[in-house]
Design a protein around this ligand. Structure first.
Ligand code: KIV
Ligand code: ZN
Length: 520
């Protein structure tokens, strides 16, 4: 076998796990349609490997990997598997339609995980590494093996497992910092140790996968690349288990901005970063904190007078990268009241939507309604509108109508609500402590459920008092958490849509039962 690094020794493979590790974090779940949109976006922005899910985890995960495998052509599509035969076979099956596929199999190698979580002896774990990689190679040539909790693994054992995984056919070896425990210099040293001690290490690409428990995921990933790792696993907006994973946009922009000290290449289209970030926060309902690097609302805002003055004279005084380089442009007026169907369809394609005839017509009708209500219609409005209306067309519960009565007069706010549930229209009148409470009580009376409201959040899609409101609702039912979003120029309508969206997601989630101990 030739040295895999021979082609370009400084090329870093970008492995995105938004759809797997990102989606695993509570409340981040996406439905199939949403996953496909994210996958297409990742492919368009030049991600090398898309980890699309964990096929054994649930029928929904299996289907998602299978469907992503059908539509993605340029990127490698990857499915995760524990070391058991059933896991590997499920990944192999789910990936069947993929043009370029990878099975990613893993097992814990740290003393703590082996004894407490797996209750296996190191020899058994070592054998499982060989067996799982060998089985995965039966499905495809591209196999990644991960040493879960790698940063807390004894070095001798780690090297032994890596050597055996490569011998069994693994082409990528991932050393995750599963619990976000390591620090940059230590992680870099670990990578150097593996490169120096594992005799066949040149037959595989070394990969890193960092969690952000100490806020060091990006720094650790970059330190590891400096030491010789040539694949970075990351997620859009840094979503993921607990404090999240290393954020793709931060890694890419650090590599680009500081190429002078990190001369590594990748093929990410950085101008797609803002679009990808908005897509992921839209479909997950996980808003990005305003001061988040690269994609936070304030990342390129210069409030302080002294900064503004400097930036106006020469942007480079306080800007180390331009907003345009991450695709951040001023709100663009896209269409108005008089725009026709043709212009609207062009805009949909430009925004990356590929809708069927009916969905396109629905979206156009919604756009016309919106243009009547709102003077200026921006890209963000179109995105919110399409996401809100068209993407939920197959939802079991849908809002039919809403009337709200509230004000300063001393009588409880009232909601008159109609929902279509499985095609049947049901109506009710409800009261509550406030208009939102009244509307949500109405939903509960039409569709009784035990889910608890955990978050209710309102954002404006654009600026101005005629802006659409984008509402996020988080519901929890027996530990299953979902986020729903809804957008409308009427905040109350947006609120009900968000709640109904969350309920629909919960219904899908109820149908899926994940096997125990999927602690990847
Ligand atoms: O954090 C982790 O160890 C993982 C592995 C499955 C790679 O997600
Ligand atoms: Zn992880």
């Amino acid at each position: 076998m030739t040295n895999i690094m021979d082609t370009d020794p400084n090329r870093v493979i970008i492995f995105d796990t938004t759809l797997r590790d990102g989606e695993q974090s509570p409340g981040c779940s996406m439905n199939l349609e949403e996953k496909l949109r994210v996958a297409k976006m990742l492919e368009a922005m030049g991600v090398d490997v898309i980890e699309a899910g964990f096929p054994i985890a649930s029928p929904g995960d299996f289907e998602a990997v299978h469907e992503v495998a059908k539509v993605v052509k340029d990127a490698v599509v990857c499915g995760l598997a524990r070391s058991g035969n059933m896991d590997v076979d499920a990944a192999g099956e789910a990936l069947k339609p993929a043009e370029r596929k990878r099975i990613h199999t893993f097992i814990s190698t740290s003393p703590l995980h082996m004894s407490v979580k797996l209750q296996m002896e190191p020899e058994e774990v070592h054998q499982a590494v060989i067996d799982s990689v060998t089985r995965a190679r039966g499905f495809c040539d591209d196999v990644e093996w991960s040493a879960e909790d790698g940063t807390r693994t004894e070095h001798d054992f780690l090297c032994q497992c890596i050597e055996s995984a490569i011998k069994a056919g693994a082409t990528t070896i991932n050393i995750p910092d599963t619990v976000g425990y390591t620090v940059p210099e230590e992680y870099a040293e670990l990578i150097r140790m593996v490169m120096n001690r594992v005799p066949n290490v040149d037959k595989a690409r070394l990969s890193v996968h960092c969690h952000n428990d100490l806020g060091l995921a990006v720094a650790n990933s970059l330190a590891a690349v400096g030491a010789g790792a040539r694949q970075v696993e990351c997620t859009i907006n840094g979503i993921g288990e607990r404090a999240g994973n290393a954020s793709l946009e931060e890694i890419i922009m650090a590599l680009r901005t500081r190429a002078d000290v990190m001369p590594f290449s990748n093929q990410i289209v950085t101008t797609d970063i803002t679009k990808a970030s908005r897509l992921v926060s839209g479909v997950t309902g996980f808003n990005v904190q305003p001061n988040k690097a690269i994609v936070g609302a304030n990342a390129f805002a210069h409030e302080a007078g002294i900064h503004q003055d400097g930036v106006l004279k020469d942007a480079s005084t306080y800007e180390i990268m331009t907003p345009e380089s991450v695709g951040l442009t001023a709100n663009k007026l896209v269409l108005g009241k008089h725009s026709g169907r043709h212009a609207f369809n062009e805009k949909l394609s430009e925004l990356g939507y590929d809708l069927g005839d009916n969905a396109r017509q629905d979206a156009f009708r919604r756009f016309k309604d919106l243009a009547d209500l709102k003077k200026d219609v921006f890209d963000e409005d179109i995105v919110a509108l399409v996401d809100d209306e068209v993407m939920h067309i197959s939802d079991r519960i849908q809002l039919a109508s809403l009337e709200i009565k509230c004000g300063t007069v001393h009588q409880p706010p009232q909601a008159k609500l109609e929902l279509r549930i499985d095609g049947e229209t049901k109506a009710c009148e409800a009261t509550g402590d406030g208009p939102v409470d009244a509307a949500f009580n109405g939903i509960k009376s039409l569709f009784p459920h035990e889910a608890r409201l955990q978050l209710y959040q309102v954002n404006a899609v654009t600026q101005g008092t005629d802006a659409q409101a984008e509402v996020t609702v988080r519901l929890d039912e027996n530990g299953k958490t979902v986020n729903g979003t809804g957008a409308d120029t009427d905040t109350m309508v947006a609120s009900v849509k968000a709640y109904v969206h969350a309920l629909n997601k919960l219904l899908v989630k109820r149908e899926k039962t994940a096997p125990a101990a999927l602690s990847a």
